[in-house]
Design a protein around this ligand. Structure first.
Ligand code: UDP
Length: 372
């Protein structure tokens, strides 16, 4: 490698791409490398029969941070997609997140007052003062009926752990509302980049050198020599050669099917299967992220993905960090090693071992670049 860069960025996902764009704007020279043969990390989307398929799981952009929203919209336009998943529990459909539609479907209650009274009644029976785990938190938020139908089975499939062994914060992500509003998020801004996330990342990386199919840690010394500083977005435990042991992740396998001649398979982008018996957690129908009304019918085919969640094994894609006490303690040890590095900066979901939403990753990258 002859050219000497100011920054080597390992990973072309959102953290890497946003950092690259901001550093380039400050006048730094940048080389990005990625293990995969494409850019974008897990937000990568691939066109199949005119449909942008979220190959590594559904990504729905939402934020209340105007700076972040303006930032992403400066690269591509975002559409008006609003996430409103439907839950299928043993053949019956419920709206998510938990709102007046869900309460009506569950109990037949028609007013906020009736719904609140019903939840209060259930809380009285099971309420715990200081919820210590996901089960206690869920029941004290929403009562036992909804917990059992819409949370318990899904969460245990998703995390492979009992709800009593999971942290309460996971369920706090989901809004509880006494309005007939099926919007999954409370954020001010929401949408999907028109033309897919790959286009968004491509625009961020314009003017940067990018090399694909390269595993940094295989030849770390060589790659380190080509830049003054390194931004590493891969797994933190792997960077340190697993010296304290492996961090745990949940991985997801996707069973993706192209259904030719089917214009509309399930009528929604996301349908969650919340019972414990159905082996997959949800079915994503990708065209609903970007096609509405006449466009939906005009596209003759559809692509669906069934998601199966399982414990990560070496060789699998690490998707969700398991932020329980054991893993958090292990991460803290790696973080001490990371903080002692002078040349390398660690950022993003894998390097910070954090269940990050996309807008939070962008905020973090902005902060990191600003602090440099
Ligand atoms: N969750 C649930 N039932 C659902 C959807 C979500 O119990 O139908 C819980 C589950 O514990 C899950 C968490 O809420 O892990 C967060 O779900 P979200 O859809 O926000 O997660 P992601 O899209 O990141 O997988």
């Amino acid at each position: 490698m002859e050219k000497k860069y100011d920054f080597l960025i390992v990973g072309t996902g959102l953290f890497g791409a946003v950092s690259a764009y901001l550093l380039k704007k400050k006048g730094y020279s940048i080389l990005l490398i990625d293990k995969r043969d494409h850019i974008g990390g897990n937000v990568y989307t691939k066109q199949v029969n005119g449909i942008n398929v979220h190959q590594y799981g559904a990504h729905i952009f939402h934020t209340s941070n105007k700076k972040v929203w303006d930032f992403v919209n400066s690269f591509v336009e975002f559409n008006r997609y609003t996430n409103s998943p439907v839950a299928n529990y043993k053949g019956k459909l419920y709206n998510l997140p938990f709102n007046m539609n869900t309460f009506y479907q569950m109990w037949g209650v028609k007013t906020p007052e009736e719904a609140k009274a019903k939840i209060e009644e259930q809380k009285k029976e099971y309420h715990t003062e200081n919820p210590q785990n996901l089960e206690e938190q869920a029941i004290s938020l929403i009562g036992k009926d909804i917990y059992e139908a819409l949370i318990q089975g899904y969460t245990q499939k998703q995390w492979g752990r009992k709800c009593t062994d999971l942290p309460a914060f996971i369920i706090k992500r989901l809004p509880v509302r006494f309005t007939f509003d099926n919007n999954y998020f409370n954020d001010k801004y929401q949408g999907i980049p028109e033309g897919g996330y790959t286009k968004l990342v491509e625009k961020m990386l314009e003017g940067c050198d990018v090399r694909l199919g390269i595993d940094y840690l295989d030849q770390k010394v060589t790659w380190d020599a080509c830049a003054d500083r390194v931004i590493y977005t891969g797994e933190i435990d792997r960077f340190f050669n697993y010296q304290y042991g492996h961090l745990q992740y949940r991985t997801v396998s996707f069973e993706t099917e192209l259904l030719e001649g089917v214009t509309n398979y399930q009528g929604n982008a996301v349908v969650n299967y919340t019972d414990a018996e159905t082996p997959y957690t949800r079915i994503i129908e990708h065209k609903h992220f970007e096609m509405f009304g006449a466009d939906l019918e005009a596209c003759p085919d559809t692509v669906i993905s069934r998601e199966y969640s399982k414990e990560w094994q070496p060789g699998d894609e690490p998707y969700y960090p398991v932020n329980d006490n054991t893993n958090s303690a292990l991460y803290a040890k790696y973080k001490t090693l990371a903080d002692a590095q002078t040349k390398v900066i660690f950022g993003g979901r894998l390097a910070e071992y954090k269940y990050y939403d996309m807008h939070k990753v962008i905020e973090r990258a902005m902060e990191v670049v600003n602090d440099l």
